[in-house]
Design a protein around this ligand. Structure first.
Ligand code: ATP
Ligand code: MG
Length: 375
């Protein structure tokens, strides 16, 4: 096993597209790191440079203690799993899984036992004689994983391996891959555009945008301490409410005509972006200097809780990149505030609710740069 490191790595394609821009990232030996970001942010390109499927334009990539920029892909001792399983259709599962070992001229008996053991671990032993087309999507993906595992590589590289599966199977396979990593302990770099997948699977999550690394940290730290507006809006579902506001001279936080008293004073005065997670508020009866009054647009029942879509006086922030995240964010152009409340709270549309904001969980960002304001 080995660590993987990017040192100031950039990739500029011949047409001038800068897909990866000055990437510095280390994946420790045995660690499961997820690269996450919107479409086109450079995740696959970064992974493909580790595999040797793309050359780096600048910088050094190492696997273990070896810089691999000039090492041929087949000599890098890594195994890659793709979204399209890329199984050989004319070969049995058995032959698909043993293919790389046969290429390496591993002894037949040894191939047989390694494939058998891996198939048993993956629960596909009874499928070894079948062709890929006679398998379900989840079974095919397990064969693809098996083909990577039998090689006992230094590291696994996975590029959206679950995105062809339906939602339920994806959740199952997510847990499955996490358990497998726990058992094998192989260094893994995993690419997805799905922040939930990133948060549930990664020891560490690296958030990319436009070829640049925005922040890398444990899922919990990213959630609790986003370094900028982009990460704040990207990590978490439903997304954090991001509103344009102002820190007044007396330290109060102004959101439209409403004012909140921050838990701690900041030295910053003037325009800010205020971040409040949907789950950082709770319905209350009385007003107070930590209470927002908001008009209900819609109450969405989720069973376990209710999502209140509220009208906010303060304009919400939607950066161009966030709009790319599609579906997840409301792009109706109205200034919405989303609150997650207990299932018994069911106010009628048009009514006004009072929400106490957990002021210790309010995030402040610079209005221009979007960088977090530390207090
Ligand atoms: N061969 C290529 N030539 C020119 N541009 C490319 C090439 N491959 C990728 N790009 C561009 O590089 C950027 C990053 O692409 P990449 O595939 O790494 O993104 P990604 O984060 O994996 O996106 P997705 O989530 O859609 O898979 C994009 O702007 C893409 O159009
Ligand atoms: Mg990709």
């Amino acid at each position: 096993m080995a660590q993987i490191a990017f040192e100031d790595v950039s990739k500029v394609f011949p047409d001038g597209t800068r897909a990866v821009d000055g990437l510095d990232l280390e994946i420790a030996d045995g660690e499961f790191t997820v690269l996450v970001g919107p479409s086109g942010s450079g995740k696959s390109t970064a992974l493909r440079m580790v595999a040797g499927l793309e050359d780096a334009t600048h910088g050094a990539i190492s696997i273990g203690s070896r810089v691999v920029n000039d090492v041929a892909p087949k000599d890098r001792d890594i195994a890659m799993v793709f979204q399209s399983y890329a199984l050989y259709p004319h070969m049995s599962v058995d032959d698909n899984m043993g293919f790389a070992l046969r290429m390496q001229k591993v002894e037949r008996e040894s191939i047989r036992s390694r494939v058998g053991r891996t198939a048993a671990r993956l629960g596909i032993r009874e499928l070894l004689a079948r062709r890929p087309r006679a398998l379900s999507g989840g079974q095919r993906q397990r064969v693809a994983l098996g083909r990577a595992i039998v090689r006992s590589p230094e590291a696994f590289l996975m590029d959206e391996p679950l995105s062809n599966l339906d939602a339920k199977l994806r959740v199952e396979m997510r847990a499955y891959i996490a358990r497998l990593h726990h058992e094998l302990g192989t260094t893994t770099l995993y690419v997805t555009h799905d922040q939930t997948e990133a948060m549930t699977m990664g020891d560490r999550v690296a958030v990319m945008r436009d070829g640049r690394l925005e922040q890398v940290d444990s899922p919990q730290r990213l959630y609790e301490h986003p370094a900028n507006v982009f990460v704040a809006g990207f990590i978490g579902s439903p997304a954090m409410n991001l509103l344009r506001g102002r820190v007044a001279e007396d330290g109060r936080l102004e959101l439209g005509t409403q004012r909140l008293r921050p838990a701690r004073r900041t030295t910053h005065v003037g325009d800010v972006v205020v971040g409040i997670r949907p789950e950082a508020v709770s319905p209350v009866g009385e007003l107070g200097d930590d209470v927002l009054e908001l008009r209900v647009v819609l109450a969405e029942m989720l069973g376990s809780d209710v999502l209140l879509h509220l009208h906010s006086e303060a304009p919400s922030v939607l950066t161009g990149d966030m709009l790319d995240l599609a579906g997840e964010l409301d792009v109706s152009g109205e200034d919405r505030f989303i609150a997650r409340v207990p299932p018994d709270v069911r106010p009628a549309p048009g009514s006004v609710v009072r929400l106490r904001v957990d002021m210790s969980r309010v995030h402040l960002f610079e209005a221009g740069s979007g960088r977090v304001i530390l207090r």
